[in-house]
Design a protein around this ligand. Structure first.
Ligand SMILES: Cc1cc2nc3c(=O)[nH]c(=O)nc-3n(C[C@H](O)[C@H](O)[C@H](O)COP(=O)(O)O)c2cc1C
Ligand SMILES: C=C(O[C@@H]1CC(C(=O)O)=C[C@@H](OP(=O)(O)O)[C@H]1O)C(=O)O
Length: 376
């Protein structure tokens, strides 16, 4: 079983993860992991923190001559901002006024450390840096198996028309360079972010990822917890700030006749007339692109005042501001891609459970050969 644990606080020395269950003999490039980390740091609407960090991964275990050995892979990302925090007087970082919408209050209900700073540190989406690094390892293996993931921002604020409707040729390369550049309506995006910032407010929006080349037959309807759509949705919902997940386009109105994707036999092959199902039927991948949409709520840390309570003084007060992004929909696209990469590799290994590259690719070929009969 592929699994990982991660640890680390937002302003602590760093973040780390142990990823276990990778098959042996796959090449993993550290540079490619760092490229994903750099992509995640970009995006209009990011706050001051991203100017301080330059995320890079250190690989502590699990690779030999750049290849997986089957041993647990341990990775580490250091927090540059730690240098600015390590000598702070605890009195100066103490927090007793929770921000509505963040984890400050619920974290205190649950853990009761008396200082909301502890919840802030671990609940922070800083954790998405290490999750992106984990996904970036899985992604390199998926790419060798012919699976490719790409993403884009679909909407910002309440604007339900797309900033960029379709993937153009070569767009993937452009996304890799800078996710912002691919937004057709880049100026509209930027001015919306600018005005939210001027107001002291924040924004959310929808992002979209599409996975190409997924083999048929991942997931199962045999039990609720093996359904592929459920596993993917759960993983995506676990990303900080994500509140809705849809497999297939949630913006269109359908009837049964217009929604369901016709099955056609053409030129000796089984094909689908459309892909409104988003690549999953009955909890099992059907070979079409897996399309995942998710909605991120507006960022909770805002300069505008919301009602809150000083838990120490037991007095009503205004919410307090903590340095923040205005919107994180652009980095969310990269986090989404890499969260999906981990989940999909886990599903591949669940279905074709093998311990090394050669046996894994052979097992996938045997399945494809059997399904190929349907196309004759
Ligand atoms: C990439 C990314 C960056 C984020 N940046 C911030 C931020 O700067 N300030 C903030 O208050 N929330 C930010 N969030 C959202 C919070 O982490 C999130 O709302 C909080 O942990 C509470 O979790 P919940 O919204 O899932 O309930 C960010 C989320 C992501 C994915
Ligand atoms: C550090 C990251 O995002 C952080 C997520 C975050 C939050 O509350 O979730 C709050 C901000 O942290 P800080 O107060 O240090 O500026 C963001 O910068 C990152 O994405 O690497």
């Amino acid at each position: 079983m592929l699994r990982f644990l991660d640890a680390g606080e937002s302003h602590g020395p760093g973040l780390c993860a142990v990823l276990e269950g990778l098959p042996a003999n796959f090449s993993i490039s550290r540079e490619k992991i760092d490229e994903e980390l750099a992509r995640r740091q970009k995006g209009y609407g990011r706050g001051e923190r991203m100017k301080l960090e330059k995320d890079q991964v250190e690989i502590i275990s699990g690779l030999s001559e750049g290849k997986t050995t089957g041993a647990p892979v341990t990775i580490l990302i250091r927090n540059r901002d730690h240098d600015n925090w390590k000598n702070k007087d605890p009195k100066d970082t103490f927090v007793s006024v929770p921000r509505p919408g963040h984890a400050d209050l619920t974290g205190e209900f649950k853990y009761g450390t008396g200082n909301l700073r502890n919840s802030i540190e671990r609940s922070s989406a800083r954790e998405t840096a290490i999750r992106t690094a984990v996904g970036a390892i899985c992604r390199q293996i998926l790419e060798e198996l012919g699976i490719r993931i790409r993403s884009k921002v679909q909407t910002l604020y309440g604007i339900n028309d797309s900033f960029c409707d379709l993937f153009d040729d070569g767009l993937y390369e452009k996304i890799e360079k800078s996710p912002m550049r691919v937004l057709r309506n880049e100026e509209a995006f930027m001015s919306l972010v600018d005005s939210a910032k001027r107001q002291g407010d924040s924004l959310g929006g929808w992002v979209y990822a599409s996975v190409e080349g997924v083999m048929r037959g991942l997931g199962s309807f045999m039990h609720y917890d093996r359904r592929l759509d459920a596993s993917l949705a759960g993983a995506v919902m676990s990303i900080q700030g994500v509140k809705e997940v849809s497999i297939g386009n949630p913006f269109l109105n359908f009837t049964g006749y217009t929604y369901h994707d016709g099955i056609l036999y053409e030129d000796g092959a089984l094909i689908r007339a459309s892909n409104h199902a988003g690549g999953i039927e009955g909890g099992i991948s059907n070979g079409e692109n897996i399309d995942v949409y998710c909605y991120m709520k507006p960022i909770p840390s805002i300069l505008l005042k919301l009602p809150s309570v000083d838990l120490k003084e037991k007095k009503n007060t205004d919410s307090r501001y903590e340095r923040s992004d205005v919107t994180a929909v652009v980095p969310l696209t990269i986090v989404l891609e890499n969260v999906l990469a981990f989940e999909l590799l886990k599903e591949v290994l669940e279905t074709f459970s093998r311990d090394n590259k050669e046996e894994l690719t052979a097992a996938i070929r045997i399945r494809e050969k059997r399904l190929g009969v349907l196309n004759e």
